[in-house]
Ligand binder design. Structure first.
Ligand code: GTP
Ligand code: MG
Length: 195
């Protein structure tokens, strides 16, 4: 699946602009700067497919990428802190919530969590929304190249604890580094098996 063609489909700014719900899709959600766009680039082996940046709030639309003809990968705007005007952020946050709650073909939401920080209060609102919407979500730790063994074990425990109270949480946590490639093959396999 990931060996085949990957193409940018479109950037969506309103629910009406979503492409037809005709295939399985997975999305990448998480706080601003957590590494969503970088993870999509690592998964697809394309360095600049999704725009990644050091400036929180880089991704401001819902960006659709097609993996062959059978899957969409969806890069979402970050939530929480963003270097953008308040009104602009409010608009894309509203779209993000409508999307997460209302997309029929969304099979799994990968919720990215910075492995240096763990699950934070700002994640709670999104996790509750996913529970209410019955969208299965899976936690993906990012930037694991920045922490040591002990920190890794500690953050996994923290995330496990936080997930325990969410009925929509898929229990397996994926540990990744887009920089070093860790966990990328595991995540590809998960995406490939979703029907
Ligand atoms: P927004 O679109 O602004 O919400 O951000 P995002 O979640 O898409 O994050 P993005 O992929 O743009 O990455 C943010 C910063 O983190 C960039 O400077 C990346 O180079 C860096 N980064 C992402 N993944 C990793 C990783 O696995 N390891 C390290 N060391 N840095 C990473
Ligand atoms: Mg981004």
């Amino acid at each position: 699946l990931f060996a085949g063609p990957v193409t940018f489909v479109k950037g969506v700014v309103a629910m009406a602009g979503l492409p037809p719900a005709d295939r399985v899709e997975v999305c990448f959600a998480g706080r601003s700067n957590v590494g969503k766009s970088s993870l999509i680039n690592a998964l697809t082996g394309r360095k600049t497919l999704a725009r990644a940046s050091n400036t929180p709030g880089r991704t401001q639309e819902i960006n659709y990428f097609a993996l062959g003809e059978s899957r969409y990968l969806v890069d979402l705007p970050g939530y929480g802190y963003a270097e953008a005007p308040v009104a602009v952020v409010a608009k894309w946050q509203a779209l993000l919530k409508q999307y997460l709650a209302g997309r029929q073909t969304l099979r799994r939401a990968f919720v990215l969590v910075d492995s240096r920080h763990g699950i934070k209060a700002v994640d709670a609102e999104i996790l509750k929304l996913l529970d209410r919407s019955a969208v299965t979500f899976q936690a993906v730790l990012t930037k694991v190249d920045k922490i040591n063994r002990a920190e890794r074990e500690a953050v996994i425990e923290q995330v496990k604890g936080a997930l325990a109270k969410h009925p929509a949480a898929y229990p397996e946590i994926v540990v990744t580094s887009s920089e070093k490639g860790e966990g990328i093959e595991t995540l590809r396999a998960i995406i490939a098996t979703l029907e």
